[in-house]
Design a protein. Structure first.
Length: 584
């Protein structure tokens, strides 16, 4: 007897394959099953090769089914297995505690973007961790716009609001908000204090000359200037006595510091106010603080207790600690997390901005981008992003994630709540003859939640025939003589297939017959019940097809599942029915 005639063995493999598929988003992995089968059938040890072939066939069959159909089959035959396979409810993952949190009356964290671009997935970690820690300790989460570079990293007005909107969407609304371009007098005040105390100086060396000196661990001649001289130079900076690039305030550190980038770092510089007006304050200021003085002063004044940021900021901490010492301040606690790479996600701000300007992208929410706006448009939920980031946590090791990781989080949230509908991509007509009666098809909106309701269609044969739209890929795979099952309706036997034409005869209603014949289950839409539907894919291409008429009542923002196709978010359902594809 060949293995394939062994009915018990077939059942054993089928069960294992179905359960394995359900654990892997609908795709069973053949390799994982051999050991499992042999552990129950020791007698097959010597026939591993033949067994592997048989398993491959059963796996291919299982993988051609929709997840819903896989679930249905397991529930029907092995209801006890599904309960056993269900993992216990995962306990909500908590973040590790913050260092020295008990030393502060209130934990205060901040997120401080430059509004020179919209936010994207690359910012998710800073936002979510800072917000989450503030919530965890019943503290305060501050949003601070770092917009003090009107020349190179020029802020743009619309992004202030877009960033606020992105934070609200992520569920990370700030308790307080500050904008650095409102705070220039504050930075000036501390710059003067540093100059007056001899802890900073105005350097008027040409940049190249200063660079050579500093690389040679030598001070420039400005460093030893008197306080009066420095204050005089400072006034000239403010009054316009120096032009752009002619003078810079430097904070004294250690001219022999092992890291040249730390040696007497620049704190404030001149930007031509007529050439580079600021979008918020115009040409009011000509001296602008650089990152380390602005962020350093603000972190202290705003009472930030814990700075949670990427480890690329480690050198900034070293720089700022000199300034904190000069001013007699205590540096906040810091958590520096490792790099989070997301394979395939496009996260270069400058390239995004350039692509928008050159109209390569349709907008900030172009599905090819990893901006929050684009993710929102595609039906990626903020809860999924949040959960993924919290699971990664604040660890210092670099982490690489993929889109698939994010999709898995999202699918887990969407699957239990998304209504199911049929969408037929590249529709092809299927004509079924000899249909004996009118059928009332009652399709559940969710296979496990009858309380969500049904879509109902009455299909009446005309002269014994019915015509359906089916997907081209199903039509292409159909073979004359084989059976197909129209999901939740009836079975048909294909008579003619090919050249975009599909003709079949009615072959009974029993699901069991279809199962026995290993008939493929396909989705369908009665020709009179179709509405045109455009699916915008993640690569911005458009899949044109038809959706069932029950979709007409869907509201924008609804996230649904097109069975055997994927999750989509309804974008427009007025003149046109347009959805954005999320993932399988
Ligand atoms: Zn100098």
């Amino acid at each position: 007897m060949t293995l394939e005639n062994d009915k018990d063995l077939r059942e054993l493999i089928l069960k294992a394959a179905l359960l394995n598929a359900l654990q892997h988003g609908g795709k069973a992995q053949a390799g994982a099953l051999i050991g499992r089968v042999i552990s129950e059938r020791q007698d097959l040890k010597t026939q591993a090769k033949e067994l592997a072939g048989f398993i491959g066939k059963v796996v291919a069959e299982v993988n051609s089914l929709s997840v819903d159909e896989q679930k249905r089959r397991v529930e029907e035959k092995w209801p006890e297995a599904i309960k056993k396979e269900k993992k216990p409810e995962e306990t909500e993952k908590r973040l590790p505690g913050l260092p020295n949190a008990d030393r502060y009356k209130q934990v205060v964290t901040r997120f401080s973007p430059n509004p020179d671009c919209v936010l994207h997935l690359g910012s998710a970690r800073a936002i979510i961790l800072s917000h989450e820690y503030a919530r965890m300790y019943k503290g305060k989460f501050i949003l601070r716009f770092e917009d003090t570079d009107p020349k190179v990293k020029r802020p743009v007005l619309e992004f202030y609001d877009r960033i606020r909107g992105d934070l609200a969407w992520l569920g990370c609304k700030a308790d307080e908000e500050y904008i650095q371009s409102d705070r220039l007098p504050i930075y000036y005040k501390y710059a003067e204090q540093l100059l007056r105390d001899g802890n900073a100086y105005v350097c008027i060396c040409p940049p190249e000359q200063f660079r050579k000196k500093t690389l040679a661990k030598k001070p420039c001649s400005c460093r030893s200037g008197s306080v009066e001289e420095n204050l005089e130079r400072w006034r000239r900076m403010l009054d316009g006595g120096y032009g752009e690039g002619e003078a810079v305030v430097r904070v004294k550190t250690d001219v022999e510091h092992p890291n040249p980038a730390v040696r007497d770092w620049p704190a404030l510089r001149i930007i031509d106010p007529e050439k580079y007006p600021h979008p918020r304050v115009g040409s009011k200021y000509r001296v602008w603080p650089l990152y380390n003085i602005a962020a350093g002063v603000d972190d202290h004044l705003l009472g930030i207790t814990h700075i949670i940021r990427g480890k690329e900021h480690l050198t900034n901490q070293v720089r700022q600690e000199y300034m904190y010492k000069h001013l007699g301040w205590k540096y906040p606690e810091t958590i520096h997390y490792g790099r989070l790479k997301i394979t395939g996600a496009f996260l270069s701000k400058s390239k995004i901005v350039q692509g928008i300007r050159e109209c390569v992208y349709t907008g900030w929410d172009d599905p090819r981008l990893a901006t929050f706006a684009a993710l929102r448009k595609r039906g990626i939920t903020p809860e999924a992003i949040k959960k993924m980031i919290i699971d990664v946590g604040p660890k210092t090791a670099d982490v690489t994630l993929s889109w698939e990781n994010l999709y898995a989080y999202n699918r887990k949230l969407l699957d239990p709540q998304s209504a199911r509908y049929f969408f037929v991509s590249e529709p092809v007509k299927l004509k079924v003859k000899n249909v004996p009666k009118t059928f009332e098809a009652k399709l559940p909106l969710h296979p496990e939640k009858p309380d969500m309701g049904f879509r109902e269609y009455t299909v009446t044969p005309e002269g014994g025939a019915m015509v359906f739209w089916v997907a081209k890929r199903d039509a292409d795979a159909a073979e004359a003589g084989k059976m197909l099952r129209l999901m939740e309706l009836f079975n048909v036997k294909i008579e003619r297939a090919g050249d975009g034409l599909l003709e079949a005869v009615f072959a009974g209603e029993a699901y069991e017959d279809a199962r026995k014949a290993r008939a493929k289950l396909i989705h369908w839409i009665p020709v009179g019940e179709a509405v045109a539907c455009r699916v915008v894919m993640p690569d911005a291409s458009v899949d044109e097809g038809v959706a069932e008429s029950a979709c007409k009542k869907l509201k924008p923002d609804a996230v649904i599942q097109f069975e055997r196709f994927g999750f989509v978010r309804v974008d427009e359902n007025d003149a046109e029915f347009t959805v954005y594809y999320a993932h399988k």
